[in-house]
Design a protein around this ligand. Structure first.
Ligand code: FAD
Length: 338
């Protein structure tokens, strides 16, 4: 009997995890690699002594029936819940209530919880940065920053990383997919986490901000399942973040805290800044996912499907479907061999 097919999935964000789980459920052997210390990617939470704060994705929506069913599983496992913040909008000249009644969901007790649930039982190798792909007769080999070239070869490689990080991996081996990744533009976001001794006396929990350097502010501790000191997250707008990409954290904190105070907030007891270089997809590349059957190489991620958590999950789901439809294709035309 032939050994089971063995695929590498690079990136354990929500797209890579969904893809890996679907393949594993179908009997494909999957090994997942991520350069970070744990799964979740941009669905992430910073934790300190007595406090925690989601500093990437803030909440997600569920419009697609397949994702709604997945969300149901997360909720049943206690890994997600509905968040019903008192939500307002700050325009340049006025404050108004946010219209619309769309349901918003968050991971519980932290935004990383759905990823941890999905990673359970998978062969996940963290702190492993894939730096190059090489294709040989016996399969794909992966070069990594931490462990050099890995000993095992893979029947296929699925990249579930932001487009700018997929680009250098694709360019030497499959220029056609590199071109696709090169067409996506992702923008930065400065995130500032604030910790307070006592809850702020504000009559809202979150706000979309359409003026000044901020785009979004939220009382993280208003999300379900959160414990510990009051924390707020401030996200700068893409325009401001791009213009201040190389500023020092001190400078960024001063500017964003001043803008927060103008909206009624206050100076925190402590703060922590995080710069997301690739936060949001400015120009979405549509298609859901990309799969080159001949090469055994695929792409998924939010940048291929609308730039959000739900889109990322659906992208991973779509790629697994494409792979499973023709995993036995042994031909590898169009591939630049090492
Ligand atoms: P990612 O989560 O980025 O996962 C990619 C993974 O690949 C990462 O874990 C990374 O460590 C790993 N990786 C990258 N390169 C390599 C390499 N060479 N080797 C190994 N591993 C590698 N979405 C919403 O729906 N609602 C929101 O409110 C929202 N707000 C956001 C706010 C911010 C500040 C940010 C940053 C994002 C926000 N998003 C939001 C977007 C959402 O987080 C993403 O759409 C989604 O999490 C993307 O998932 P992904 O799996 O495609 O990519």
């Amino acid at each position: 009997m032939n050994p089971p097919l063995h695929y590498a999935v690079v990136g354990a964000g929500i797209a890579g995890l969904c893809c890996a789980r679907a393949l594993a459920a179908a009997g494909v052997r999957v090994t997942l690699f991520d350069k970070s210390r744990g799964p979740g990617g941009r669905m992430s939470t910073r934790r300190g002594e007595g406090w925690a704060c989601d500093h990437g994705a803030q909440y997600f929506t569920a419009r697609d029936p397949a994702f709604q069913a997945e969300l149901g599983r997360w909720q049943a496992a206690g890994a997600a819940a509905r968040w019903e913040p008192r939500l307002v909008v700050f325009d340049a000249d006025r404050r108004r209530d946010s219209g619309g009644a769309e349901a918003r969901y968050v991971g519980t007790p932290r935004m990383t919880a759905p990823a941890r649930l999905l990673a359970d039982g998978l062969d996940l190798r963290v702190q492993t940065t894939v730096t190059a792909l090489q294709c040989y007769e016996h399969g794909w080999e992966l070069a990594t920053a931490e462990r050099g070239v890995l000993a095992e070869a893979f029947d296929g490689v699925l990249l579930a990383v932001p487009a700018p990080q997929a680009l250098p991996l694709l360019q030497p081996v499959l220029p056609a997919l590199a071109e696709l990744a090169g067409g996506a533009r992702m923008q930065a976001c400065w995130a500032l986490m604030l910790r307070f001794e006592t809850p702020l006396a504000l009559d809202f929990d979150a706000a979309f901000v359409n003026c000044g350097p901020l785009r979004w502010i939220a009382r993280d501790t208003s999300k379900p399942g959160r414990e510990g000191a009051e924390t707020w997250i401030l996200h700068a707008s893409a325009e401001w973040s791009e213009a201040h990409l190389e500023d020092s954290p001190d400078h960024v904190a001063a500017a964003l805290i001043a803008a927060f105070c103008e909206l009624g907030g206050g100076a925190p007891l402590a703060w922590a800044a995080h710069r997301w270089r690739y936060a949001i997809t400015a120009s979405a590349v549509d298609g859901g996912c990309a799969w080159h059957a001949g090469a055994g190489l695929g792409l998924c991620g939010d940048w291929l499907n609308g730039g959000r958590v739900e889109g990322a999950w659906l992208s991973g789901h779509a790629l697994a479907g494409r792979v499973l439809a023709n995993v036995r294709d042994e031909l590898r035309p169009g591939l630049v061999q090492a």
